[in-house]
Design a protein around this ligand. Structure first.
Ligand code: NAG
Length: 339
């Protein structure tokens, strides 16, 4: 949370790099989706031929120009932030929150952003991220029941979009829901950016569903806050929940509790009812770079593995890893698939 909302300056350089990378993504087309209820369902057509549409030329292929806003240089959010080592400054966060609610701004909220995408600095994604996000935006809009011209291209009234996680389940899988399907899901079928079933990692029983399916769904109980977007209201709720109200767990867990079970809408009347939506399998995942395994993490000590060399970078759940295809993007050569 601290790292979330402080939106630290040091992230900006990296954010620009990420922005630049995103700008050069290759995005084969996705077909239009036809949501139906329930469950909400959409089919994305197989990617078209080898039309290589790099950055400045790619402005989305959705019928709705409004949805195509997700292909801009900040992915349809106000800004993209990349965070490094977090440090606790919950007192300042409390001040910032309180001041913003009172009507003046200190830091963070200072820029008065409508939304922000926050990601850890080891993130990876499919080179087709922007077209994935068009479909994701259709999903979030549908689940939120948004107007056709919402303020955010992802729809109105969301607090947090959980786009990168290391595992997530559907709300009906939670013990407290006893299998009750409380919420509709937006089903993306035949998504060519979803890895084959035996390669996906996560907590959903993927074998129980058709292969190459991705879901946009009400958040169940996600693990790892790799990449998530906050709306302004969501940011304020997170600040309140995690710094003012309590700070009793590590950030991942606290954010997971904040969003758990759709913000526990039907539960605690004093709760914040966070309107959180997730994408599963996720569209962001952390990258394990090639090179010395010991140099990879700021936190983990890999013990005996410290001196081992990884010959090739890997990223779970991502088909055409942007990290592994940097040269291909630069040289306009064929994209390499991980799976
Ligand atoms: C991208 O789109 C979002 C949503 O419309 C907007 O808030 C943001 O300012 C845009 N980014 C740029 C760089 O124009």
């Amino acid at each position: 949370m601290v790292q979330t909302l402080r939106m630290r300056q040091i992230g900006l350089g990296l954010a620009m790099l990420v922005g630049a990378l995103i700008f050069f993504l290759w995005t084969p087309g996705l077909g239009e989706s036809q949501p139906q209820l329930p469950p909400i369902s959409t089919t994305t057509a197989a990617s078209s031929s080898h039309s290589r549409l790099f950055g400045p030329d790619y402005h989305g292929r959705s019928n709705s120009a409004n949805i195509n806003r997700v292909t801009n240089s900040t992915l349809g959010f106000s800004k993209v932030f990349v965070i490094g080592l977090p440090e606790r400054t919950d007192k300042r966060d409390a001040m910032a929150l309180t001041s913003s609610l009172t009507g003046f701004n200190l830091i963070i909220v200072e820029e008065d952003l409508e939304s922000a995408l926050i990601m850890e600095d080891d993130m990876d994604w499919d080179v087709r991220l922007q077209s994935q996000l068009e479909t994701v935006a259709k999903g979030t809009r549908t689940l939120l029941g948004s107007s056709s011209k919402p303020n955010s291209p992802y729809g109105d009234d969301w607090d947090l979009l959980w786009l990168g996680h290391c595992g997530e389940i559907f709300p009906e899988q939670l013990d407290e829901n006893k299998g009750e399907p409380l919420y509709s899901k937006f089903v993306i079928k035949d998504d060519k950016t979803v890895p084959p079933r035996d390669k996906i990692t996560g907590l959903v029983d993927f074998k129980a569903h058709p292969e190459f399916t991705r879901w946009v769904h009400v958040t169940g109980a996600p693990i790892c806050s790799f990449a998530y977007a906050l709306s302004k209201r969501g940011a304020q709720k997170v600040l309140f929940d995690l710094s003012v109200d309590r700070l009793n767990a590590n950030f991942d867990n606290a954010l997971g509790t904040f969003c758990r079970n759709g913000g526990s809408k039907k539960g605690d009347p004093t709760g914040l009812h966070a309107n959180c939506l997730s994408v599963t399998p996720p569209v962001f995942f952390h990258h394990r770079p090639k090179g010395l395994i010991g140099s990879e993490s700021d936190i983990n000590d890999h013990g005996d593995d410290n001196n081992k060399i990884r010959e090739k970078g890997t990223t779970e759940n991502i088909m055409w890893s942007a990290r592994n295809n940097i040269r291909n993007m630069l040289m306009n050569t064929k994209m390499e698939s991980q799976f």
